[in-house]
Ligand binder design. Sequence first.
Ligand code: ASP
Length: 355
Amino acid sequence: MKRLAFIFVFFAFSLIHPMIVSAEGPQNMPHIVIIATGGTIAGVALSSTETKDYKPGVLDVGSLIKSVPGIEKVAKISGEQIANIDSSHITNDIWLKLANRVNELLLKKEIDGIVITHGTDTMEETAYFLNLVVKGEKPVVLTGSMRPSTAISADGPLNLLNAVVLASSKDARGKGVLVALNENIHGGRDVTKTNTTSVATFTSREFGCLGYVLDSKVYFFRETNRKHTTKSEFSIQGLTSLPRVDILYGHTHDNRDLADASVKAGAKGIVHAGAGNGGIFPSTKDALKEAIKKGVVVVRASRTGSGIVTPSSNYENDGFVAAGSLNPQKARILLMLALTGTNNPAEIRRIFDEY
Ligand code: ASP
């Protein structure tokens, strides 16, 4: 019954918002392409007061563009749909497709910037992946929303407007892939989702946001000094898949079973989300040491959510690599890309120091 109701709401929306793929403004305006992938920003609930129980990835890109009054005064907009899913369903294949399309669009002289609408759950991962493989100085900005499009005080339209303002700004050029939500600008490397439901969920932990978008004006205060986009050594050109990297979550009274299973399943890399400064339970550590001897690269990250995992002779001597300030899900992305070129722990340590 609920499903039928969703379908009804979806069709009702389609009628109100027929598919459009461009909103034309005056000439000489920046030309921004919005690539939609789904998420809550495209989500629909049964009533305006339901903000947590809804179906994500329902509205198409044309409806998203139409939901932002005045967007046509900021930029000439074109829309493309790459997927329409909950972001917890994102795959490496979708990333490769998205990144290739972004790179293709950035080469076009007539395009000034790109906005990607995306579910917030894994936005930090897609942002970091793109930050490492997108080749260009033009702004690439991810945005989404915490409340579905049907909600009272839906945050999607303003987030999308701000993302378009940011992607249109010359100040955003060369700063790496950015995330714009809740009036904040974050860098793709450091941004992370910190709250399950709050609209103020994104932070860059102790590093802080890069700036703000307020009343359609962009304010930058800092930028990352870690390599990205045009300075990144990683390329996805010609890649059809990425090496398997698993994440293991450490805990007290742990065991070696999942580490062994991961190696048996063919993982080329393992990120261990350890206690504190990357501590690992003894029997799990034994399994991981054996994995390293077989050529699997093992990175020590932390469950704590902030700070850096520092190199320690207790681990480096056995070939472990420290994740630095990357959280486990971001360490996985860097390790996957690093493994496309090498599985030498010394070289991978260098990569974790630079990115
Ligand atoms: N479940 C949603 C997602 O696609 C959450 C959101 O977009 O806020 O990530």
